[in-house]
Design a protein around this ligand. Structure first.
Ligand code: ASP
Length: 478
């Protein structure tokens, strides 16, 4: 049986000049199973292409941009010592540069040219991503159509290089992913080729256990599951494009993240939940800590709340109607707290043009003229969503009290089998307490993967450092 391929993705910093590209070539050649190579544009090129589409800016004129792009690729070609005709590609960029409607086509040329150059240097085939990645008009990947295109990859007997970041609509029009989307291309290609592993080469040694700007020299995570990584990413640890995980999960393909300069290192391995490498980890051991600021807690109290069937559903319906995502719902017997993103709650509700005209142009000025205070009673437009929520809750659910408190940060401590190990919550809370930080909320038990603690915004960094120290000091002692 043929061995499964390894898909290797190289990011912009790994392709920024000829010396880096030589390292890429060595890595690809060191294992014949690295047959499908996915590349980003050299560092900074995509930014420049977007600026070019705007006609330049105060720092870069359109001409300067075209020169930088041309020189970046020329130097790579020269440094690699290959024959490559760059001129038609630069001419093409000049041709589409100004067309606003071609912004995605233009942005995709960074990876397109890079993939062509690398294919030439490696002696591999070039496969245009437009042939294998099919988009829906809403910018999601059309997985069914994309699956059907997998033969283009599988028919390759030698190796091939595929540009990342874009694909095409059925009409052939080029469409790009959101920024950093080459990660997604690599994941989709891994899924199409049923890869053994998806390797991402970058400029860091792997995923850090905590943000390096908060914790000095944090350890690298050895093994993390897809679900654990999602919890960390949701809280702000962004090292892999979040859409990259879904195609990998469906086929249980592991992903390895390592530094270009450390090609033999283990880096970080992301695996399915039931992978033995994940299961074998010590229960209660730390995987990572991440946190986000600016949540608001809305606390309702009502006598005999616990006996009112449907109370929580009605609360949730008010949030749903306004399109507010509820993050957590910690509760007591006669009290419940709803935690949501402050930015979302602070947004004004959408009003129709007619309502806006009626209130802003007619009613409000009139009311102001007659009585300064009276306009308070006018239909409260424009209104922040949080005010409407408070009013609706008071009207519909008649709680004994309602309290709205913004300024909370949430910290997710993610680990292996956290909730089945005695003492883990104590370790987290003990560490926070020793740092003299007040805990506003604890959410434990929804998943064995994490314990979530709420603290004041201002305490977020200190709390993360305290928790990290408590776990890592103990792991070092063991
Ligand atoms: N070049 C694109 C960007 O800068 C895509 C990528 O690098 O993943 O966002």
């Amino acid at each position: 049986m043929e061995e499964k391929p390894i898909i290797a993705k190289f990011g912009g910093t790994s392709l920024k000049d000829a010396d880096q590209v030589k390292k890429v070539i060595d890595i690809v050649k060191s294992n014949t199973r690295r047959r499908h190579i996915v590349v980003s544009a050299p560092d900074g090129i995509t930014d420049l292409l977007y600026i070019l589409n705007e006609g330049g800016n105060i720092d870069y004129s359109a001409e300067t941009i075209i020169n930088i792009i041309s020189q970046t690729y020329s130097k790579i070609i020269g440094g690699l010592g290959i024959e490559f005709d760059l001129a038609p590609h630069i001419d093409f960029i000049k041709k589409v540069a100004w067309k606003k409607q071609e912004v995605e086509l233009l942005a995709s040329r960074g990876e397109y040219i890079m993939a062509k150059i690398l294919a030439k240097a490696l002696g591999f085939e070039f496969i245009d991503a437009a042939r294998i990645i099919c988009f829906n008009p809403d910018k999601t990947v059309n997985m069914e159509a994309t699956w059907k295109r997998r033969n283009v990859l599988l028919e390759q007997t030698g190796g091939c290089v595929i540009p990342g970041f874009y694909g095409a609509l059925p009409s052939g029009r080029i469409m790009t992913f959101s920024r950093g989307g080459t990660d997604v291309t690599g994941a989709v290609v891994s899924w199409q080729a049923s890869a053994e592993v998806y390797e991402k080469y970058t400029d860091v040694s792997g995923l850090h256990m905590a943000h390096p700007e908060i914790v000095k020299n944090p350890n690298i995570i050895g093994v993390v599951t897809y679900k654990e990584l999602r919890e960390l990413s949701y809280m702000g640890a962004n090292v892999v494009h979040e859409d990259a995980l879904f195609p990998l999960r469906t086929k249980k393909i592991p992903m390895r993240i390592r530094k270009l300069d450390e090609p033999d290192s283990d880096g970080t391995l992301i695996v399915p939940d039931n992978d033995t490498r994940a299961i074998r980890r010590t229960p209660g051991s730390l995987v990572g800590i991440a946190g986000r600021k600016d949540f608001t807690v809305i606390t309702l109290e009502k006598t005999r709340m616990n006996q009112q069937v449907g109370f929580l559903r009605r609360v949730c319906a008010i949030f749903e109607k306004l399109g507010i995502n509820i993050e957590h719902i910690p509760g007591g017997i006669d009290a419940v707290s709803i935690i949501a993103d402050t930015k979302a709650l602070d947004k004004n509700i959408q009003r129709s043009h007619f309502a806006r005209f009626l209130t802003d142009k007619i009613a409000l000025p009139l009311f102001r003229l007659c009585n300064k205070k009276a306009h308070k009673w006018l239909l409260p437009f424009p209104e922040r969503k949080i005010n409407l929520i408070r009013r609706k809750i008071l009207q519909d659910l008649k709680p004994g009290s309602i309290m709205v408190k913004p300024g909370m940060a949430l910290i997710s401590t993610v680990g292996h089998d956290m909730t089945h190990m005695p003492g883990v919550a104590l370790k987290i809370l003990g560490a926070i307490e020793s740092a003299e930080i007040n805990v506003r909320m604890v959410n434990q038990g929804s998943s064995a993967r994490s314990i979530i603690v709420g603290v004041e915004n201002k305490d977020l960094e200190r709390a993360i450092r305290a928790i990290y120290k408590a776990f890592v000091d103990e792991q070092n002692r063991a």
